[in-house]
Design a protein around this ligand. Structure first.
Ligand code: ASP
Length: 323
């Protein structure tokens, strides 16, 4: 893989092909707009919904909201919205945040009984003087805004929880293969950047636990002048290193999206090394998109995938990884 110095030296043509990357698309480096990028290659359908808006010169904020709602509505995605895995008490609680091209943001945490936290988060941003509502207050606000109340625990998620209860062993580690929080970043035809992140959080979490996904600067950050970043994986690690804000700051300093993501992953690794803690079973994956539409990803472990839709179509990608 090329490092930053090599890339600057070899330039555009020297950047292809890249060994170890699932796709060798040059737009990764040069950028184009519009473009949408989302965590996990299961986000192909979510990208389609976002692209419908972007290709008609729509607004990036509308695109990311519509995109991640696809996953929130899908009971088969057991880490987001309806059908998400519950906490150890068997209760599904959702977290989400959204950020627009003006640097405005909104979030909800520990929201129960509403399946589209991203839209509630957008309402917090647009209809209140605040940036975050939690728990009962978030629920009341969702109700007042006309969102429909419903039971989020599907039979499949209930069954998984009952199986977990047999041992009831709580390991606050995100299984490397099995977490699908969706973070989505988009740049529209007018050059407006927005991002969204939504999750049911770590399965079997303590009741009341909130991770990185709804925290601006951790699970998501957008600087309209520079770029955007989002995270998936063990939220505690992301929060401790201010992951998404760090990535945007690294892009401000001239690093490519992938290099910036790598720096944030390295920050997690060195923190744990310093403390003598193991990351063997921990996954964190970052995505970044800059103001030119160039994108990149990096993760601690192999297996982090993402999906990109731009003028070259909608496709699955493999992230670079550290170990
Ligand atoms: N980041 C999420 C959280 O810690 C979990 C995930 O991405 O699966 O809540």
């Amino acid at each position: 893989m090329l490092n930053r110095k090599q890339f600057l030296k070899t330039g555009f043509l020297g950047a292809i092909p890249l060994a170890g990357i699932g796709c060798t698309n040059v737009n990764k480096f040069t950028g184009s707009k519009p473009v949408v990028i989302a965590t996990w290659n299961t986000a192909i359908k979510a990208n389609e919904a976002a692209w419908k808006i972007l290709e008609n010169e729509g607004y990036a904020l509308d695109a990311v909201e519509a995109g991640v709602r696809v996953e929130e509505d899908d009971p088969m995605n057991m880490s987001v919205g309806y059908g998400g895995r519950p906490d150890r008490e068997g209760i599904v609680s959702l977290d989400a945040c959204i950020m627009d091209d003006k640097g405005e943001c909104g979030a909800v945490v520990f929201l129960q009984n509403y399946k589209n936290p991203i839209s509630v988060a957008r309402k917090v941003m647009e209809e209140t003087p605040h940036i975050m509502l939690a728990g009962k207050g978030a629920q009341q606000f969702a109700k007042d805004q006309g969102f429909e109340e419903m039971d989020l625990l599907t039979p499949k998620a209930k069954e998984a929880w009952e199986k977990w209860l047999e041992n009831g062993k709580y390991e606050p580690e995100v299984n490397i293969e099995n977490h699908d929080t969706i973070g989505m970043l988009a740049l529209d035809a007018e050059g407006r950047l927005s991002g969204a992140c939504t999750t049911s959080g770590a399965a079997w979490k303590m009741h009341g636990r909130v991770g990185d996904s709804p925290l601006i600067g951790a699970g998501l950050f957008v600087d309209p002048e520079i770029g955007a970043a989002c995270a998936t994986g063990l939220g505690e690690e992301v929060v401790k290193t201010a992951g998404s804000a760090l990535i945007v700051e690294m892009m401000r300093q001239g690093y490519s999206p992938e290099e910036a993501c790598k720096i944030a992953v390295d920050r997690i690794i060195s923190r744990n090394k310093r403390n003598g803690t193991s990351l063997k079973n921990t996954q964190v994956g970052y995505l970044a998109l800059n103001k030119d539409g160039a994108f990149g990803a990096y993760s601690i472990q192999e297996g982090f995938t993402y999906a990109v839709y731009n003028a070259d179509g909608n496709r699955k990608m493999d992230s670079e990884f550290r170990s």
